[in-house]
Design a protein around this ligand. Structure first.
Ligand SMILES: [Zn+2]
Length: 714
């Protein structure tokens, strides 16, 4: 209001931008003003009036003003005089973020660093295992820095300092000095599947937040995004080739560097078609510029312009036009152009998926999937990870760091050289433990010359996820842990423990982990025998009761449609069967869909089933599917992923002219449809049967009619 009366002139904003006059958050307020005396006087009068009306007061101590660094000194003093506030010469803090003029300084972030240091000091690092520290780092530390990272451009030095503080905490300190870091922080900041420790890299996290800001600027209708788009000249149709103006803020330039990632991860609901024809994935079937690399100059033509020219456009070979037309016809359409985030099923941007799109993935560590599992305590996993990375300070490893040291292992009488292999595999403690435990699993240590091969064999005794497999991956980790603990005790001159006692400690671990693996009297006898031989008792586990399921006829007057989808090796197929009220087969089909997910297969199978019903003139249908998700989608209980929305639009159209009752059944009761889907998958073909039904289908339908029960585990 005060601004509209023109007694106060607003802060200058670029043409096309609506002026921003103030920001309010709780009791913090920023007012943007033109520096003219009349404006400032007007503003102060306005604030005085506000104070006298509301009874609120302004805290002069906490208020300040910020001017361009080269503002003339007489202006500074006159503003100071009029307002009674102090000038902040370089930086002020608003909602925890530094607001500054000129170059960014590392010291603006001292506060963040000291907060992190303070937090760490409170955790008493020396009482935590590395596993414990890892959990702290993953959950707490990274999130502390995130707020600032997401809001302002942070100098690289600051990011490096944050990393160093966290890494010092992880590796610990001795007499105030940080200990040696055996593995680089970059290697730690990788997912466990890639041989890291699952700590997120600060730079990659920051990039995800830049991408979020960019996404919001481009897609949202907020005041902020309108302002940013107007200020920096952003339009959807030029987005793929956009470069920010030279004068843009560092923050915005950082955002704009991620434009390629944004465009590559976009899908579209097409309305007016005002997006780039060549570089945007408007068909959700791929970017045209990528499938036509022979064309060199594409120009900034929009989809709408291309449609207007009936796709007779520069650069598109005429024999490609029919395919592009088909792509256009099968587009996902809506009233407005909507940019979708392609990596999430609902099309909504998420930091988590952005993070995965941004980071460069590295080679997979083959051991990771065996030992980074829930039931293995983190401290065991971290020690084993260090063993794999040769990051355990045995004598040989320390000598490698050019530190001279006379090596004498403490595990055997001969005082041999302590290498990792000796300590964990060849030494006296190691051989005694391995030989005792391995034999029950059918492994013989002497058959292996290499520690890694030996562990690899342990991990492959039984499938991952089976109880025997779990037991066989826990044991070596426990043994490594206990050898290392005993070695450290002996190094610190504790009296050596007997092998029998170390064995007892290993079994205590198994006993402790056992309930998490849910071994009970129903477990395989191999697991029983081994645990029995070790003397580890079983823990009672509650089981779900068995269910008896029988086929039931559809309501009178209705036909029964069962459909099912299947996918394997990223190929999808579907099938279904239509039966009458007495359970007799009327029609059946199978289809092959090519590349696709299980959800796509389930959805398309339902559509094909309904189309077949219409084709044979059946309109009252009880539909049964074994996908709870598909049933929920049909009943509007969940939002349908954009990737399969186009099939669902057709299902909805059909549902209008049919009388449908859709319900979910257990997989056991959907066996006939499942059999048809398998036929589609293995034959890689589409077929409709009205007579001569496949024998397997006929058999299954007969079992259903006879009321043969299916047994289901809970
Ligand atoms: Zn030894």
């Amino acid at each position: 209001m005060a601004f509209r009366s023109e007694e106060i002139a607003a802060y200058h904003t670029p043409r096309m931008c609506s002026p921003v006059t103030h920001l309010l958050y709780a009791d913090d307020t920023i007012i943007f003003l033109n520096g003219r005396v009349s404006s400032i006087r007007g503003c102060m009068e306005f604030l005085d009036r506000y104070c006298s009306c509301s009874g609120q007061r302004i805290n002069t101590e906490k208020s300040s003003f910020l001017l361009h660094s080269k503002a003339p000194s007489n202006l500074v003093s006159s503003i100071s005089h009029m307002t009674g506030y102090q000038r902040k010469s370089d930086v002020m803090v608003y909602l925890g973020a530094p607001i500054y003029d000129g170059r960014i300084r590392v010291r603006y972030f001292d506060d963040l660093l000291s907060k992190i240091r303070h937090k760490l000091a409170g955790w008493k690092a020396n009482f935590l295992t590395q596993g414990g520290k890892l959990i702290m780092i993953r959950h707490v530390l990274s999130s502390m820095a995130i707020y600032l990272l997401s809001a302002v451009s942070v100098p690289t030095t600051v990011l490096q300092k944050v990393d160093r503080v966290i890494s010092n905490f992880f590796w610990g300190s001795h007499e105030g000095k940080p200990k040696r870091k055996w593995v680089s922080w970059n290697a730690i900041c990788k997912p466990v599947s890639e041989g890291g420790l699952g700590v997120r890299n600060v730079v990659e996290v920051m990039c995800s937040f830049r991408l979020k800001a960019l996404w919001n600027a481009v897609t949202s209708k907020s005041v902020w995004s309108k302002f940013i788009c107007a200020k920096y000249g952003i339009h959807n149709n030029i987005l793929p080739s956009y470069t920010p103006p030279r004068t843009a803020s560092k923050y915005w330039k950082e955002c704009a560097m991620l434009l390629a990632v944004l465009v590559k991860n976009s899908a579209w609901k097409v309305g007016q078609g005002n997006m780039n024809f060549w570089y945007e994935n408007w068909s959700n079937d791929g970017i045209l510029a990528e499938s036509h690399p022979e064309v060199t100059s594409y120009g900034n033509i929009t989809l709408r312009e291309a449609v207007g020219a009936d796709f007779n456009i520069n650069g598109l070979p005429s024999d490609c036009i029919p395919r592009v037309k088909y792509m256009y016809d099968s587009r996902l359409s809506s009233e407005m152009d909507v940019r979708l985030w392609a990596s999430s099923p609902n099309g909504v941007f998420s930091i988590k998926s952005a993070f995965h799109q941004i980071r460069e993935s590295a080679a997979i560590c083959p051991f990771a999937r065996f030992y980074w599992v829930d039931f293995i305590p983190k401290k065991l996993a971290v020690l084993f990870w260090r063993v794999l990375h040769n990051a355990v300070p045995v004598d040989v490893r320390i000598q490698n760091c050019a530190i001279s040291l006379a090596s004498a292992c403490v595990c055997c009488g001969q005082r041999q050289i302590e290498s990792l292999d000796h300590l964990l595999f060849q030494g006296n403690i190691a051989t005694a433990l391995w030989d005792h435990f391995a034999i029950s699993f059918g492994l013989h240590r002497e058959d292996f010359s290499d520690f890694r091969d030996f562990i690899w064999a342990w991990f492959h005794i039984a499938p991952v996820g089976s109880q025997l497999g779990s037991l066989a991956s826990v044991l070596p980790l426990v043994i490594v842990w206990e050898i290392w603990s005993e070695r450290n005790c002996r190094r610190h001159n504790a009296p050596p423990a007997s092998i029998a006692f170390i064995r007892f400690k290993v079994l205590k671990w198994v006993h402790f982990i056992n309930p998490l693996m849910k071994v009970d009297k129903h477990s395989p006898s191999s697991v029983h025998n081994i645990l029995g031989r070790f003397g580890v008792p079983l823990t009672p586990v509650r089981r779900k009761p068995l269910m008896v399921l029988r086929w039931s006829a559809p309501p009178p007057g209705y036909f029964l449609l069962n459909t099912d989808g299947t996918s394997a090796g990223s190929l999808a197929a579907g099938g279904g069967v239509i039966r009458d009220n007495g359970g007799n087969i009327v029609a059946a089909f199978h289809s092959f869909y090519g590349p696709g997910t299980n959800n796509l297969a389930e959805s398309r199978a339902l559509l094909d089933g309904l189309l077949l019903c219409r084709q044979i003139g059946v309109s009252r249908i009880a539909v049964r599917v074994d996908s709870k998700l598909v049933a929920s989608w049909f009943h509007y209980n969940y939002k349908i992923p954009w990737t399969i929305l186009r099939w669902w639009n057709r299902i909805r159209d059909l549902a209008h002219c049919l009388d449908l009752v859709v319900g979910h059944v257990y997989r056991e009761l959907n066996a006939p449809a499942d059999a048809m889907a398998s036929l589609g998958y293995y034959s890689r073909s589409d077929h409709i049967f009205l007579t001569d039904f496949p024998p397997r289908l006929v058999g299954l339908a007969r079992l259903d009619r006879m009321g043969i029960p299916y047994i289901r585990n809970g």
